[in-house]
Design a protein around this ligand. Structure first.
Ligand code: GLY
Length: 576
């Protein structure tokens, strides 16, 4: 039935104007189910969007690897088994809690090529050109994943397993093939048109010019060779030599600006996490160029002033406060956030409890505040869509990794660098093409997030770790574009305020408001009576798509619980 719907959607889209069709084909084919399954273990745990990749990570833990080793092996495996989001040609963020040590993050966000300019995504009339920002080769930013995963292994791995040993399972899967079922089958079918525009992509993903039949084996020999080079040479096997040459040649032939020099110059960066507290818990998350950690903590600071537990999980009164906090934080995101290496971001203010108290005074507990009264100088525009993937790892020593990675859209640009098997991202769309113009997720920004050489586009990815008394309690994160930050918030509230079981905290139906557009999105599983109560408080309600899948680990007195969020088909948690 789901496939029939997917195919019908493709047919409808085929008759639509190109811009609408291209954007809509990037909507994630969520299962539409709001469900989560939990695995309990005594030692280590891996939870990710694809069960085989989770098992590969768990096997690394069983061989004596630590959480970082397992995360690296899982991430490389996802580049093969979940090619729509797992990747070598994209970027991401890793947050690491080290038992007994200082937490760190690794920023392996893509960077703008040296030839990027602030006006590169404007048309002749000076208007933002979304097609150029999303679907032209100028949308391809310098990939960061290989550098980030290698840096994580080098600096924070156990030292017991080589990078080659962690990549080996991915090489094997790419060479021997993975069955095209479930999510892979559906997303390849949906992406057929975009992938089919590029012969190099069709060669890999569309045998005979069509998406593979269900159950066929997808072999990716070029990707296996590329992974083998990285295993043998480290990041130089990707950023220099034949793979880099082929990436740059493909981008150039497609009309893009990324060069060999951009690839050779890419660096992943170790940064301190943003830190906050929420009730008795400590929160660690990603600093800029992610907006996720900053606004997660900002929303938690606002909500700390309310007794959500007394209001009750899923009640209109509690959801209303959560939504009002979201609006305020997302408005700040648009106003202030960008790559803090290149622009001033008022982190101290945004993360402070005093500022949260000031914002809280603007919240009416009974009435929705119109978005237009929050930062009224900004235009109201919007959109939607999603893709990215998240994995969580805890090892037997209590080290924890939250890693979120992305190609931006499903299958990124849809363009494989010829002869490498590497799908390239379209992450330049996460810049603001023009102050006030929305990106594919309806997010607007200011000049702080304008494209510039070497700059990292602002992200919503929110890998997060929750500690109590210095020990890991919860590891989470999600895909979902703008909905990532609100998803992570609600998983944390589910555990901390509402004492939900790990699976229930992940499965609980979610709400989302990103200030602009002034619309409250509800997952379908929100009861109609709740929706009506929220509408009566003045919220403009839209019921529809599910939020991203938050593969989460919770440490409980009974054991380590890995939760696969069934909003994504094929997700799985695996114990050591
Ligand atoms: N590409 C989605 C994000 O980074 O927020």
């Amino acid at each position: 039935m789901r496939l029939v719907l997917a195919l019908l959607l493709s047919l409808v889209l085929a008759a639509s104007p190109p811009a609408a069709a291209q954007q809509a084909t990037d909507v994630s084919p969520s299962t539409g189910e709001i469900d989560a399954s939990a695995v309990t273990g005594r030692h280590g745990m891996v939870a990710s969007q694809e069960a085989q990749a989770s098992r590969i990570g768990a096997a690394v833990l069983a061989r004596g690897g630590n959480a970082v080793d397992a995360a690296v092996a899982t991430a490389f495996a996802l580049a093969v088994t979940l090619p729509r989001a797992g990747n070598l040609g994209g970027g991401g963020f890793l947050v690491l809690h080290r038992a007994g040590g200082e937490p760190v993050t690794i920023d392996f966000r893509e960077t703008a090529p040296a030839a990027a300019t602030p006006n590169m995504f404007l048309d002749a009339a000076g208007n933002a050109d979304p097609l150029k920002a999303r679907f032209s080769a100028s949308a391809i930013a310098v990939p960061g994943s290989v550098a980030g995963l290698a840096l994580a292994h080098e600096k924070y791995g156990s030292g017991k397993l080589s990078l080659a040993a962690l990549i080996e399972p991915a090489v094997r899967l790419a060479r021997d093939g993975v069955p095209v079922t479930g999510d892979l089958f559906e997303t390849l079918t949906l992406a057929e048109r975009r992938l089919g525009q590029w012969p190099s992509s069709a060669k890999v993903f569309l045998p005979g010019g069509k998406a593979p039949a269900e159950g066929a084996l997808l072999k990716q020999p070029d990707l296996a060779d590329t992974l083998g080079r990285i295993a043998a040479e480290g990041p130089n096997g990707f950023y220099r030599g034949p793979v880099a040459d082929k990436i740059a040649a493909t981008v150039k032939a497609a009309g893009g600006i990324l060069t060999i020099a951009d690839l050779a110059g890419y660096r992943a960066v170790v940064r301190p996490p943003v830190r906050g507290t929420y009730r008795d818990y400590e929160i660690l998350s990603m600093p800029p160029p992610s907006s996720g950690g900053v606004h997660l903590i900002e929303m938690l600071n606002i909500l700390e002033g309310y007794d959500l537990t007394a209001l009750g999980a899923g009640t209109p009164a509690a959801l209303h406060l959560v939504v009002e906090a979201m609006k305020l934080a997302y408005a700040d995101r648009a106003a202030f956030l960008g790559d803090a290496d290149q622009v001033d971001v008022p982190l101290g203010k945004l993360l402070s409890k005093d500022y949260a108290a000031e914002l809280r005074r603007g919240i009416d507990p009974a009435k929705a505040r119109p978005a237009a009264t929050i930062r009224p100088d900004s235009p109201a525009l919007g959109g939607g869509g999603a893709n990215t993937t998240h994995l969580s790892v805890v090892d037997r020593d209590g080290n924890a990794v939250a890693l979120t990675t992305s190609l931006n859209f499903n299958y990124g640009m849809g363009l494989v660098a010829d002869g490498t098997g590497v799908l390239l991202n379209n992450t330049m769309d996460d810049f603001s093409a023009k102050p006030g113009a929305p990106n594919a997720f309806g997010l607007i920004g200011s000049a702080a997030n304008a494209p510039a050489p070497g700059k990292r586009p602002l992200s919503s990815m929110t890998p997060a770790i929750v500690l109590k008394d210095g020990k890991t309690k919860l590891v989470t994160g999600a895909p979902g574009g703008s909905r990532i930050i609100s998803t992570v918030l609600q998983v944390i509230l589910g555990r901390v305020d509402f004492d939900l079981s790990p699976a229930a905290a992940v499965a609980a139906p979610r709400v989302h408001h990103q200030w602009r557009p002034d619309v409250l999105l509800l997952e379908r599983a929100i009861p109609p009576a709740t929706a009506q109560a929220l509408a009566a408080m003045g919220h403009t309600i839209e019921v529809g798509a599910t939020s991203g899948s938050a593969h989460t680990i919770v440490v409980t007195p009974e054991g380590v619980v890995g939760v696969a969020d069934r909003r994504a088909r094929g997700a799985g948690a695996a114990a050591e």
